[in-house]
Design a protein around this ligand. Structure first.
Ligand SMILES: C[S@@+](CC[C@H](N)C(=O)[O-])C[C@H]1O[C@@H](n2cnc3c(N)ncnc32)[C@H](O)[C@@H]1O
Length: 348
């Protein structure tokens, strides 16, 4: 079996399957998505797994937390010896620079965490003995992933370290600091980490920059920006937490985020207003068309049924109305629930 295995938020398999199918067709790769509701993963079966993986970069996939290329599917492993068939499936492969044993982040997958840990400890020395794994992690070599979907059924996969999530299960482990005004702060933290490369982050988010935060209360996103020493105009009729205002970097405006506009152009605009996604996409486009900001990070809430269709429609609407070529990256982050987070920037 060859193809891609992508991990996603439980319940969002239809969106990921639609995304993979549409993008594979666009890349002229024949195949089909194999998926089951609430599995927390989708397999895209194709004989051109390597080509498809190249065509669909991890950062460009919206509903995939992780993207892996499948080397083998082992659906009937014997609990007495799972190692031998895995080593056999890897015959002829080059040495891997690391190995992770994982499982989907789903109701059925989560109980496999203990097995994954114990099995990883047993498999590692066997791989080294077979010349398939380096002694120390080496990010210059491909990473081996063993993904258990139940105790007897595993996928043997490979990931390019430059084109995959650098976190097991595709989940960055972020800690909510005690003075974070809201859990939403983690969303912007994760967006900065996931939607930009470290080089882009350094280039695009600098001390002294000016930003607007639309729908800012109680101040989580504003607080994340102030921690980067960015000055923020926080727009919301609701109150901001006192310690956010005390940073001296924040101006709180009680105004409507759909009507307020800055007096002079800003470096950044971020927006977490809970509203119809099309309305948000249109307002975000206005900001770029009018030159009110250079870069933006915004959330599109997707409480409706046809979430893939709505996602595509909103992103197309935004691009059409922004009136200039922009680089767009969108992801359903781990800390996003029924929503996606979008980065728009002129940077390519
Ligand atoms: C999800 S909360 C934002 C949380 C915030 N990002 C944080 O990290 O603490 C959504 C906010 O959007 C605000 N909001 C909704 N519609 C708005 C509008 N038209 N203008 C300004 N704020 C609005 C609400 O008052 C609410 O505080």
């Amino acid at each position: 079996m060859s193809g891609l295995l992508c991990l996603c938020r439980q319940g969002f398999e239809p969106e990921l399957a639609a995304e993979l199918s549409e993008r594979a067709a666009y890349a002229n790769v024949a195949g089909y998505a194999r998926t089951q509701r609430n599995d927390g993963y989708v397999v895209f079966v194709t004989e051109e797994g390597a080509a498809l993986s190249k065509a669909l970069s991890w950062r460009s996939l919206i509903f995939a937390r992780q993207k892996l290329q499948v080397l083998a599917e082992l659906p009937q492993l014997d609990a007495a010896d799972r190692i031998t068939p895995i080593i056999a499936a890897l015959q002829g492969q080059q040495r891997f620079g690391d190995m992770w044993v994982e499982h989907p982040d789903s109701d059925e997958g989560k109980p496999l965490a203990g097995l994954a840990r114990a099995f990883g400890n047993a498999l590692r020395p066997a791989l080294r003995k077979a010349g398939l794994l380096t002694d120390k992690p080496n990010t210059g070599l491909p990473r081996l992933h063993i993904v258990f979907v139940d105790g007897r059924h595993a996928f043997v996969c490979v990931a390019d370290t430059r084109d995959s999530a650098p976190w097991p299960l595709g989940i960055p482990r972020l800690k909510l600091l005690p003075d974070a005004p809201s859990r939403s702060a983690l969303k912007l933290d994760e967006a900065l980490l996931t939607l930009m490369t470290p080089e882009e982050r350094e280039l695009l988010v600098k001390p002294g920059m000016r930003a607007a935060d639309l729908g800012a209360a109680p101040g989580g996103w504003t607080w994340v920006l102030t921690r980067q020493h960015v000055k923020v105009i926080s727009v919301d009729n609701g109150p901001l937490r006192e310690h956010v205002l005390e940073t001296g970097l924040v101006e709180h405006l009680r105004a409507d985020g759909f009507h307020w506009q800055p007096e002079t152009p800003l470096d950044w605009m971020v927006c977490d207003m809970v509203e119809q996604p099309r309305r948000v996409a249109e307002r975000m486009a206005t900001w770029f068309r009018e030159g009110w900001c250079k870069h933006a990070i915004f959330n599109l809430k997707l409480p409706m049924k046809k979430r893939w269709d709505e996602t595509r429609l909103c992103l197309e609407l935004f691009q059409e109305q922004a009136g200039k070529p922009l680089h767009l990256r969108a992801k359903q982050l781990y800390h996003d629930r029924e929503e996606i987070t979008v980065l728009a920037s002129p940077l390519r």
